[in-house]
Design a binder for this molecule. Structure first.
Ligand code: G16
Length: 559
């Protein structure tokens, strides 16, 4: 940094002093906390985004959101040039920046990092950062702080994209860096045209031709409801009703995918009158999607169709298309391409889903929680499908496979236009355009689920019958310091504090097919407990007894 750059940075940074005693770390989804303590963090992430843009010579995204958290929380995360999460090797720098005690330390950290990473500060005019926010009331002022951080690196440009879903932001960054059109309208047009293509390719004269009836969507009183309304207008004729679209009601309060998946009850605005209807729920920033149907004669109980079942549906469809595409081809003219296909889950995946996927002949891999891990693993395949049980996931297609598919499609269009093989190629190409290649996206996921259900001629009940979930229970435990927990083996084993894993094993062994793990949340100040067993009572008891263990080992000693 030259003298002028340094003095501009120092002056600007003096307006954003960190609150005393607050220590944040860049977790599964960036920084998250009560919005009142976030101004300086957000300012500093603005600086980081400008440096990242200079280092990569690409457009970077910055999203102000706390997704499923309560409305008084907020957060910030970075979208890297590919549209994915911030490269993990920059996370320690993010943590260091956030905890620098004052402007002088901050400037020193930046100087050292710029030297180490060889970042061309003199060409800062080439740095461009897209900024977006969800509908939280604190979003505007935090976005302004991020903007100040960006422009404190002299020459860097901040482009305010306004209110967006998180996946829209990731999509736009990816599109910009691929020199594609990247406005919100481009996003909607890509989704609607690829959805239409899939619908037009549904085989005639099958049960699939009967429209599947309405889908009713819970928008979590967040940005997703608002954007889905806009998409509905473009789709024109798609039978969808949106509730909890944010006009009234509190964000994520008794609504949204996180609530529905964890509590297993209908969100506000839904009740027994909806029994039998296909319903879906988005989370606060529309990067998660779950389906459900309300049970009749019940206390808002539901049949939950979670991320594991969305993954299973997608995997079945993709497998079907691949086998049609390669039918009767033989290897004689080398037209047969056997892409690698893999699915990625986390420890939260219901054991029944993993059994089902394996029995269906799929390769199943596990990673720790957090899309950054799942995405990385899925990208190792030609077609990698990843989903967390909470409804966060997508399908990734390798460039090589898409290139081959494109060529094959053109060839089939000339030699056997309208054949089943050509249709399968077109379907796969449409899926690759519909489903967000940057990150899990509830809006594109919803359209793909709807298209596949219609293709199969399936109701939500038929879909839900693919396999039966083992009963499971999730609990949160407030502790003094959740970072004391250290896990291994994709979060299935706790290695610190010593002794707790042995105690968990003893509890788990009491229940047939018992499975239980604990992990520190990356987005809330809690430890999460997951338990699974063959009957509901056993899953509940296992979760409660392990929650007590967590409290004994590192809690406030309340039990
Ligand atoms: C974020 C991540 C998800 C992850 C979730 C876990 O979700 O993007 O991949 O599953 O956090 O949260 P925790 O670590 O608290 O269990 P979101 O939708 O909140 O951005």
């Amino acid at each position: 940094m030259n003298e002028q750059q340094r003095s501009i940075l120092l002056e600007s940074s003096d307006h954003f002093s960190p609150p005393p005693g607050v220590k944040l770390s860049y977790g599964t989804s960036g920084f998250r906390a009560d919005w009142l303590v976030l101004q300086s963090t957000v300012f500093r992430v603005g600086i980081l985004a400008a440096l990242r843009s200079l280092k990569t010579q690409s457009v970077i995204g910055l999203m102000i959101t706390a997704s499923h958290n309560i409305v008084s929380d907020n957060g910030i995360k970075i979208a890297d040039p590919t549209g994915g999460m911030l490269s993990q090797d920059w996370e320690p720098f993010a943590d260091a920046l956030a905890s620098a005690p004052d402007s002088q330390h901050l400037a020193q950290l930046i100087d050292d990092f710029v030297k180490k990473e060889n970042i061309p500060l003199e060409g800062a005019e080439s740095a461009e950062i897209l900024l977006g926010r969800d509908t939280r009331p604190s979003g505007k002022s935090l976005l302004e702080a991020a903007k100040q951080g960006i422009i404190s690196i002299v020459g860097a440009i901040a482009v305010d994209m306004g209110v967006l879903t998180t996946p829209q932001m990731h999509w736009m960054v990816r599109a910009r860096n691929k020199a594609m059109n990247a406005t919100e309208l481009d996003y909607f047009n890509q989704l609607s045209s690829s959805f239409r293509c899939l619908i037009d390719l549904i085989p005639q004269g099958t049960a699939a031709n009967k429209m599947n009836g309405i889908v009713v969507v819970d928008g979590a009183n967040g940005v997703g409801g608002e954007k889905l309304e806009a998409l509905k207008r473009i789709l024109n004729g798609f039978d969808i009703e949106i509730r909890n679209s944010g006009k009234e009601g509190v964000l994520n309060d008794g609504v949204g995918a996180d609530f529905v998946q964890k509590e297993k009850v209908a969100p506000r605005g839904f009740g027994p009158a909806d029994a039998g209807i296909r319903c879906a729920s988005l989370d606060g920033d529309a990067d998660r999607l779950v389906y459900f149907s309300v049970l009749s004669n019940s206390n808002n109980e539901i049949d939950l169709v979670d991320g594991d079942k969305i993954l299973s549906l997608f995997a079945l469809f993709i497998k079907e298309q691949l086998s049609t595409l390669n039918k009767n081809e033989g290897d004689k003219d080398n037209k047969c391409y056997q892409p690698t296909l893999g699915v990625v889950q986390t420890a939260y995946a219901n054991g029944a889903s993993t059994d089902y996927l394996k029995q269906s002949g799929l390769e199943v891999m596990f990673t720790p929680t957090g899309v950054k891990y799942l995405h990385e693993k899925a990208a190792e395949y030609d077609i990698g499908i990843y989903f967390e049980a909470n409804g966060h996931g997508t399908i990734l297609f390798s460039e090589g496979f898409l290139h081959w598919l494109d060529g094959r499609n053109s060839e089939l269009a000339l030699t056997s236009k309208g054949s089943e093989q050509q249709k399968a190629a077109m379907r796969l190409l449409a899926v690759s355009k519909l489903i967000n290649q940057a990150v899990g996206d509830a809006l594109s996921g919803l359209l793909l689920v709807e298209a596949i259900l219609q293709h199969m001629g399936w109701s939500i009940h038929k879909w839900n019958e693919l396999y039966h979930d083992l009963p499971s229970k999730q609990l949160k435990v407030k502790v003094v310091d959740r970072s004391v927990i250290v896990t291994e083996k994709a979060e299935t084993v706790v290695v610190r504090p010593l002794g707790i894993q042995e105690a968990i094993n003893v509890e788990t062994a009491k229940y047939p097919r018992g499975r239980c793990f604990v992990r520190p949340s990356g987005t809330e100040d809690v430890v999460r407990v997951y338990a699974e067993a063959t009957i509901e009572e056993a899953a509940d008891n296992l979760a409660s007894s392990v929650a007590r263990l967590v409290d004994q080992f590192l809690g406030f000693g309340s039990s």
